[in-house]
Design a protein around this ligand. Structure first.
Ligand code: NAP
Length: 226
């Protein structure tokens, strides 16, 4: 199966949480890390999040730096990469920031169980990919994205989509910024939630780089596929 090169970029607290117990976005990194993330966005063909992140944070997923936008435009690209939501039941709000902010293509990946009425509404704002019966079948979806010319895909969470992608063997590299705070709480989302791997099937990583940035550390991992 041909799929894009896929990496996850995420910021987590020193205790591995990616947001608070109220599932509210929290500032974990500073300006240097923010600019690094913006560069990763600008260098990718597409950015993808789960519907949980859209409902919790309503991110626009746009490239923020005007210079990086210009660079993309001069290269004949849209100012923003394709913005993608994994959303089995087409629950994405029609007024989500992803639709109202910035130019560029949007894709909603739904399953066959999504309502046709809601799909028709979303079609006004985005291209629709159907993959899977009740829940988005991520391997099929990634193959379809590659067929549409997406060669490099940046995943920006959240916890459940990260599990879905990692447990399906669809992630090549992981970049985590670990910030200088503790969030705590057994219900606060961690970098990877979902059901978790059994002891005999833990996924191994190779450390590619570790860099101190401001008051935290950026870890770059290569995923060693099973
Ligand atoms: P999420 O991972 O963004 O989205 C999960 C949803 O995606 C699932 O509930 C499911 O909803 C859909 N989905 C469809 N097919 C899937 C599949 N095969 N595998 C996995 N998911 C699939 O939501 P979340 O876990 O609630 O995470 C959101 C939290 O993460 C928020 O609190 C947000 O602030 C935080 N966050 C933090 C960062 C960071 O870097 N610090 C980044 C992003 C998000 P359906 O069944 O309806 O399709």
């Amino acid at each position: 199966m041909e799929r894009p090169f896929i990496f996850i970029n995420s910021a987590m607290s020193a205790d591995g949480k990616i947001s608070t117990k109220e599932r509210k976005q929290v500032k974990i990194s500073g300006n240097i890390d923010f600019n690094r993330m913006d560069q990763l966005r600008a260098g990718s063909d597409a950015i993808m999040v789960g519907i949980g992140t859209v409902l919790a944070d309503d991110p626009s997923l746009t490239v923020k730096s005007p210079e990086l936008q210009d660079k993309r435009i001069k290269a004949g690209l849209d100012e923003n990469p394709v913005r993608i939501i994994v959303d089995s039941n087409a629950r994405t709000p029609i007024d989500a920031d992803i639709f109202t902010k910035g130019k560029g293509k949007r894709i909603i990946i739904v399953s066959e169980s999504a309502s046709l009425k809601k799909i028709a509404e979303l079609k006004e704002k985005a291209d629709i990919i159907v993959a899977g019966k009740k829940k988005v079948h991520l391997p099929e979806a990634m193959q379809k994205l590659r067929e549409q010319g997406i060669k490099q895909l940046m995943v920006e969470g959240g916890a459940t989509l990260n599990w879905g992608m990692i447990s399906s063997g669809l992630v090549d590299e992981i970049y985590t910024f670990v910030g200088n705070l503790i969030i705590g709480g057994k219900n606060s989302p961690t970098f990877v939630d979902g059901v978790g791997f059994p002891e005999k099937e833990l996924l191994k990583l190779e450390l590619m780089d570790a860099e101190k940035i401001e008051d935290g550390i950026l870890l770059k991992w290569k995923v060693l596929q099973k």
